[in-house]
Design a protein around this ligand. Structure first.
Ligand SMILES: CC(C)(COP(=O)(O)OP(=O)(O)OC[C@H]1O[C@@H](n2cnc3c(N)ncnc32)[C@H](O)[C@@H]1OP(=O)(O)O)[C@@H](O)C(=O)NCCC(=O)NCCS
Length: 169
């Protein structure tokens, strides 16, 4: 059910991200919401930067995707999206557990500060919300995102990251 996404599934990945991201409408600041949410060029850039997408297949079609990216001494979970019609059925949790098993380093995850459900989702899986100073330090260190997105985002860390970075912030 869980498998790496193939190169020819580029448009399917984009469709799932853009469908799942409908959850942001009216929640994430409007000036941060592009239409489409994930442009072709942006997804190409992410793949070129080493984001590897894994997918969850149900009834013969991909219903969720989640990316993993190695970034020096941390592993990032990137672009976690489940089709709107398939959310809250355990698919995101299954994908997250799978990617945790593949991670070479302690995990960090960034998401919109206003996406409270996503923060709750990661907290349920043992991740901890980092402080504002920690976020301001980590986002430019490990992510390539616009300044406005950084201002409106939070970072969560896995227990492994917290154990090895208990000195920071
Ligand atoms: C966040 C997301 C990846 C989680 O995947 P999922 O398959 O829906 O999550 P699971 O079924 O494994 O876990 C569900 C839990 O996540 C949280 N959650 C997910 N979606 C939620 C929603 N719309 N409202 C409230 N809580 C939600 C809740 O804690 C929920 O538990 P509950 O159903 O018992 O209340 C998925 O909901 C999604 O694509 N959301 C929109 C995009 C997004 O926020 N992506 C995160 C980007 S980093």
């Amino acid at each position: 059910m869980i498998r790496p996404c193939a190169a020819h599934e580029f448009e399917t990945i984009r469709t799932i991200i853009n469908d799942g991201a409908r959850a942001y409408r009216g929640i994430v600041p409007a000036d941060c919401l592009k239409d489409p949410y994930m442009a072709k060029s942006e997804l190409e850039g992410e793949l070129n930067d080493g984001v590897l997408f894994w997918g969850y297949e149900g009834s013969g079609e991909l219903v969720g995707v989640m990316g993993i990216q190695e970034a020096n001494d941390v592993t990032l979970i990137r672009h976690a999206y489940i089709r709107m019609s398939a959310q809250r059925r355990g698919i995101g949790g299954t994908l997250l557990s799978h990617l945790r098993g593949l991670a070479k380093n302690p995990l960090l995850i960034g998401t919109w500060a206003s996406a409270k459900w996503a923060i709750e989702f990661y907290e349920k899986h043992g991740f901890e919300l980092l402080s504002l100073p920690q976020k301001d330090y980590l986002l430019p260190k490990y992510w390539k995102i616009p300044q406005r997105q950084a201002e409106t985002s939070v970072v969560l860390a896995s227990p492994e990251w917290l154990r090895t970075n208990s000195c920071c912030g």
